[in-house]
Unconditional design. Sequence first.
Length: 367
Amino acid sequence: MSILFSPYTLSGMELNNRVVMAPMTRARALNDIPDELTVLYYRQRASAGLIISEGVPVSIQGRGYLFNPGLYNQEQVEGWKHVTRAVHEDGGKIFAQLWHVGRVSHTSLQPDGGAPASSSNKVAANSMTYAYDEHGQPGPIQASQPRALSTEEVGAIKNDFVQAARRAVEAGFDGVEIHGANGYLFEQFINPCVNDRTDRYGGSIENRIRLLLETIDAVADAIGRGKVGVRISPFGRLFDMAPFDDEAQTWVAVAHAIHQRDIAYVHLSDQLTIGAERMPEGFAQTFRESYQGTLIAAGGFDRESAQAALESGALDLVAFGRPFIANPDLVERMKNNWPIATPDRATFYGNSGEKGYVDYPFHSPNL
């Protein structure tokens, strides 16, 4: 049997195969609460060895987009219970991706219409949130001017992640993934082009990676390190993340520090498939030398490239994003060499009901 479809033990949890459904924002939850369509969407894709949910805001402050189901109130917990139960009934496993967007937000999404929170007050240029426009219509809107979090407020952010992680476990998730990638809050601390702080969260590499590591530690203490993964995007350029001098050194330090923590996994996001740049040649191997735990990567894989990455030992699990949108049975399609359907980009985001969400058919080999 192909290694891609062989079982894998993740922190004592048996996965049916090494195919991971990558986290994908779909902006479908009208009241920021999972509904019947959310349940069906994830149930349809439960044949993945592991599902990582769409980004789940840990607080109202952490939101940057409308219609994303969160984990900051009890109604959301109850909604997610139906999702996790459905996935488990169909033999799958599911982690919740915990998310704070930082400066990639709009005042209309923030508590009391305030400024988004970040490491500094630097605006994310040419960066779009998803909020209501002046006509009350949802759509892309330039991110607002942020404000710098005080040192005390940084502690509150960590607590938001801890509380969300506890709610995730209550909701039946098998674990959580801390979203440290793609230009959101943690990267806004890691990148010195954004972070101009002079407290213990700014300046040196040690200080800039501190918030991510302290959050991992706090969440691991709350729910167990075997239930905690983290997603990062070394050399990421999304949402106005500029290159910086000690970039490779910074990400190697992150790799080394996470390795010492013995958490469930690291999930590398290569941004080439979402309109940014690929990681520098050879860096994934450098990262692997410093972090030797379970490694997942996402970024334009197909069956052949995923198989090669697993056979070489470069990766332990492979994440697929967009292919899962139009192929709820992606695992079976790859296993049997059945055709892979192409998703409709026009329905990636937003409230179009079933269309482009739960109406993609399973393959019928007899047709």
